[in-house]
Design a protein around this ligand. Sequence first.
Ligand code: GCU
Length: 324
Amino acid sequence: MKKISILTFSGLLILGVTSFSKTQVLKVAFNQSENHPQYKVLKDFGDKLEAQTNGNYKLEISPNALLGDQRATTELVQNGIIQMSVVGNPVVENFSKNFAIISLPYIYDSLDHQKSVFTSGVLDELFKSVSKNGFQVVGAFTAGSRCVYTNKPIEKPEDLKGYKIRVMQSDTMKKMLDYMGGIGTPMAQSEVYTAVQQGVLEGGENNEVTYMDLKHYEISPYFSYTNHLMVPDLIIINESIYSKMDTKDRETFDKLMKEAIEQEFVEWNENVKTAKKVAIENGAKFVDVDIKPFQEKVKPLQDAVINSSDITKELYKKIRALAN
Ligand code: GCU
């Protein structure tokens, strides 16, 4: 009797250990704070994933760039040291130039337009195309509309003359700011505050949520609505982790990711309102801008990116066809 119960007990223990070790933890790098709408949506995604895969997968999110900037965390995902990250589209553009088309200046007319593009499936092929690099793009979050901020209103391209403005780390981003009239200066997001404070830069460009979250209003109080970019944030996952998921779990993962992407658009709108309010309370000035002169200036860049390959030409048509 005693023997049996010991056997049963050890059997249960083994079972317990097996089911425990079966849980695959997906470590996610995130370079913004826990208040960011993408963090909230990812957390919810993780809770549902764990429940709906019966504990096979679990998310562990590290916010505030604790695991490094977006370039560094992409490498960690490629090497399988961590499993997932959220990275700005320009980071992935460094692996495939075709990605430049989805953060082309002025390609989206509105958040609704961008939402139709992200949820329509037109980007699936593009996303799969980078998998040979050891990671897969599983979806895109909105990060709103980006605008220039500095120590004075920017109402026309000439206002940017001689101004070094931080841009995300890609060729297209640098060229874009140069065409807009300033000097595009690629840099990681976490370095911008100090760089402006020390006079290395005159300002940056970002959405209202990040502008507020990183307190950039303290160093660059004028936020001018140039609305020049709507850069997607891409959710990336280690290729072998993703391709080795069993079919049912992957279907659950994909379904929940689709829901998360839709939900993030809702959260985003709410957060922009709050972010703007907090920034104004802290002295920020929001300036309306006639965007036409800026649109004119970036036209050569738009033409170059659209015509850079058959894939970009095709995608441009598909994206514009979803505008209304
Ligand atoms: C946005 C975006 C981030 C990105 C950042 C940047 O905040 O959501 O993914 O890192 O801009 O300017 O680098």
